[in-house]
Ligand binder design. Sequence first.
Ligand code: MLT
Length: 333
Amino acid sequence: MKITLTRGLRSLSLAAAFGAVLGLAGPARADTYPQRPITMVVPFAAGGPTDVVARIVAEHMSRSLGQQVVIENVTGAGGTTGITRAAQAAPDGYTIMMGHMGTHGAAPALFKGLKYDPAKSFDPIGMAAGTPIVIVARKDFAAADLKAFIAAVKSGGPSINQAHAGVGSVSHSTGILFDAKVGAKPTLVVYRGTGPALNDLMAGQVDFMTDQIVNVAPQITGGTIKAYAIATPERSPALPDVPTTREAGLDDYEVSAWNAVFAPKGLPKEVAAKLEAALGKALEDETTRKRILDLGGTVPASAERGPAALQTLVESEVARWTPVLRAAADGTP
Ligand code: MLT
């Protein structure tokens, strides 16, 4: 077909054609998303609670998206290294992240020079799991119950080693909150995640930590570490013999963490919708739910776990934890 165009018309048509191709590519690109594997950044070491939750939901998301959701552990700085990396990735749906109450709630209070804003730098995709906090110690720690444990940690001072996963992490923020509540000043020992920390706890290299139940439940059940209490109003069905902090005599220490999927800010709507749908399907899947529940995690009701609910949660968590943790941090080493 011979096309003759005047100069003006030609440039207009070429621009239109170019725009049409781009335009065609734009919606088509979102329509056919995903066309290649998706990276889910986990900002802590493999084997820890964030990694465990991420791998459980990523497995089902891979099936419903038809592309592999590949976990990439990017550790350091209490999880903020990985979250910063993910926040700066292209908002094209091929980089998402598993954040939590530490990286997207506590970090602003504790991490000077944070390179992202939990409430503004991301598109929330949805909640993944609620993760109650358990006070755990090496299995031969002499205290018979929580009251004796608290007395020993207080009297032990810096000779007691408390593990955590970096400033602003869940184990750090809930750990310094515990220390402030009971008036303890242990030595804080930092790890790239509470997966490696748990290994040292089982080996007796550190004395205790406050960690998410999905990491420590199997070891508590197996007797390789000791649990003194769970910091929730009710006991966990996964750990029926572990008393609540209130039952064990510590009234005002009730903390629970959460894990959630985020994307860099600016996702195309269709891409965000596909990711939200895939996460929702994962949390409706009986096998996926059972894996989370068996580890003591909780699955939020569908009305409480979508992007809008997550955005509201992030904003409320930053507001809640900032004054509490700044006060706690002032009182600890
Ligand atoms: C933390 O915030 O303590 C992390 O969840 C630890 C981890 O996932 O390894």
